[in-house]
Design a protein around this ligand. Sequence first.
Ligand SMILES: [Zn+2]
Ligand SMILES: [Zn+2]
Ligand SMILES: [Zn+2]
Ligand SMILES: [Zn+2]
Length: 230
Amino acid sequence: MSARDICTHWREHPLLKWNDSWPPNEHSDCRRRASEWPKSLPWVAAMRDGEKHTKSAMITVGLAEDTSHTELDQLVRDGRWVCTCGDPRLPPVQDSSWGILISHDVAEQAWYTQHRYSLPIYHRGCPVDEVLSNHSLRSTDACLKLLDPDDEPKYPDYKVEQSVVDEVAAVIAGRDNPPICKICYNMTKDNSRSKSLYLLKDVNVLAHHIKTKHDVQLTKDLIIFQYFRY
Ligand SMILES: [Zn+2]
Ligand SMILES: [Zn+2]
Ligand SMILES: [Zn+2]
Ligand SMILES: [Zn+2]
């Protein structure tokens, strides 16, 4: 991939905003007052360990190492190379790409690692009980899958009844802060509780989190709110 291709590719990422000024400005500049610092929006940079992750993801699902990026994108857009966690934040497969799939997988693994380190020390040995590591590539039931052309992916059934959707929607609409999963919150030690616990103000995303990370159905009592500065 040329540098230009990489830039174009990363700009397809719908969740990111970009720093478009040229020449590139620094994220922070000690010679200037903080109020004069340039915006701290990201510049194009390679995903940390992106190559390593992509390689192990390809090995996990049995893709040949020399499969081209175009072929990988085609597999994703045909709905064959999928993450069967069914994350509602992922775009429809026809709008997706291998890069989106891999960044999703890497983000989920990083979330799990961070979560594990924020558990009280006596819990670290047995985090599996409390949070499912569904994106581990080592697990035999990793949700990253390469399907046969006529296979239908099986997605977790996280949807809740309309009455629950309405209740949760009302609860989150009444608050300024983003919602927090009570199960995650209770597991996290006091001094590790931070903005990283925040989830999206989206009932589907909450229902999906609670089902796929804790194997529990969403109810409004599982959503709490707390303000964190960091
Ligand atoms: Zn996933
Ligand atoms: Zn990408
Ligand atoms: Zn435990
Ligand atoms: Zn949780």
